[in-house]
Ligand binder design. Structure first.
Ligand SMILES: Cc1cc2nc3c(=O)[nH]c(=O)nc-3n(C[C@H](O)[C@H](O)[C@H](O)COP(=O)(O)OP(=O)(O)OC[C@H]3O[C@@H](n4cnc5c(N)ncnc54)[C@H](O)[C@@H]3O)c2cc1C
Length: 377
């Protein structure tokens, strides 16, 4: 019997596994994919996550692989409205790190292998879980062969597409926002520096974030869903709204998304736990989903380790679930506010919104508070 079985080897499952392996627990991470996509969803890593990743000695190598964003600047109609100074945050990591999720996952995988090279089981799908009083039995399928595994705890970190709603005691509620975005990564000649840039324009927001390897990610609000926007379409939207020119030939990735929101009713039921996107999916606008999942892992690992010494953690797990779902709801509200502020607005509403942003930017206490909210402090 293993101590902890983790379903899903995304960034959240790998991070939890790292913490448990470091403390000497026996862990298996079952990941259905054999190879990972080169498409990066998350790019923003926030200061509390860097502190959590430091527990695995990963804050420094990850920072070395990314860009430290120390300032966010909002514009409208070619005029600067306000800026947020992340560099002035009172924290050991006073920046938001921009690094592709693919690079983050590679580092987490290497760490898992370094602790125990049998811990990450790629190409193994969990097809069912039977929960007992004090252990769980997992049905597994790999290369057409079925087998089982028993674990004291099972942690579902199987992402937003998982079936948490079918799990006993973990019903989830879903909502799809009527808001749509396209995004693309384009070459960057450094002319825009290393700030995060928000263009709050009449037709809707354009966001731009620096990436390593002289690239920038552009995220644009659009009126209708577009599953596969072309690089030309994205370059035209950016040019039309901001006047900035992107070279479509340098685009390495495009995609479109319609944000969702989903929360389970509880993250702990018997010997089953659910963390990350499987527990709480929030809009990517604000860039906090993966970070929330890591902080779930940072809270959960010491509790699981405590239980492995024979102590009862039922009350701790109830507190864990309440606290982490509250944090996720707060992050979801923040993302909803971001989406509302970035909506297309007619002239008078646009002027009122811009005035509000300018006033907040000129009030140091308010600007610091917002910089802390954006960086999850
Ligand atoms: C466009 C976009 C931009 C984003 N930007 C940011 C950002 O800047 N910052 C941020 O914090 N977040 C961001 N996010 C959110 C972030 O990508 C997710 O929160 C994060 O990937 C969740 O990690 P996870 O490990 O919980 O789930 P996932 O990354 O979805 O991983 C789940 C894993 O479980 C595996 N799995 C599923 N079912 C099974 C099974 N039955 N058996 C075995 N394996 C299974 C899957 O193959 C997958 O590898 C963004 C999301 C999008 C869409």
């Amino acid at each position: 019997m293993i101590d902890v079985a983790v379903v899903g080897g995304g960034p959240v499952g790998l991070f939890l596994a790292g913490l448990l392996l470091k403390a000497g627990a026996t862990v298996r991470v079952y990941e259905q994919r054999l190879s990972r996509s080169s498409w990066s969803r998350a790019i923003g890593v926030h200061p509390p996550s860097l502190s959590a990743l430091a527990e695995l000695d990963l804050a420094e190598p990850l920072t070395a692989a990314g860009i430290r964003v120390r300032r966010g600047v909002a514009f409208s109609g070619n005029r600067q409205l306000a800026s947020l100074d992340f560099g002035a945050l009172d924290h050991p990591y006073p920046y938001i790190l921009a690094v592709p999720q693919t690079a983050t996952e590679q580092l987490l995988m290497s760490k898992t292998h370094a602790f125990d090279d049998a811990a990450l089981q790629d190409g193994v799908q969990v097809t069912g879980v039977a929960l007992g009083e004090r252990s769980a039995t997992l049905s597994l399928e790999a290369s057409g062969c079925a087998h089982t595994a028993r674990a004291r705890w099972v942690v579902f970190a199987d992402g937003a597409a998982s079936h948490s709603s079918n799990r006993p005691g973990m019903h989830s509620r879903h909502k799809t926002y009527a808001k749509h975005f396209v995004m693309g990564d384009f070459a960057d000649d450094d002319a825009l520096g290393q700030d995060a840039l928000l263009y709050l324009e009449r037709a809707g927001i354009v966001e731009s974030f620096p990436l390593p390897k002289k690239q920038r990610r552009w995220v644009i609000r659009v009126p209708l869903p577009q599953a596969a926007p072309s690089s030309d379409v994205i370059a035209k939207l950016v040019s039309h709204r901001t006047g900035l020119r992107l070279d479509p030939q340098t685009c390495t990735m495009t995609s479109g998304f319609t944000p969702h929101r989903a929360f389970v009713s509880t993250m702990a039921s018997g010997c089953a736990l659910v963390i990350g996107d499987a527990a709480h999916e929030i809009s990517p606008i604000g860039g906090q989903g993966m970070n929330l999942g890591w902080l779930d892992g940072a809270h959960l690992a010491p509790l699981l380790l405590k239980s492995l010494t024979g102590r009862d953690i039922a009350a701790d797990l109830a507190g864990f679930s309440t606290e982490r779902l509250l944090a996720a709801r707060r992050a979801a509200l923040q993302a909803e506010l971001n989406m509302t502020l970035g909506a297309p607005f007619p002239g008078p509403v646009l002027s009122a919104r811009n005035l509000g942003i300018r006033l907040v930017g000129k009030t140091p206490a308010a600007a610091t508070r917002i910089a802390r909210r954006f960086s999850m402090l």
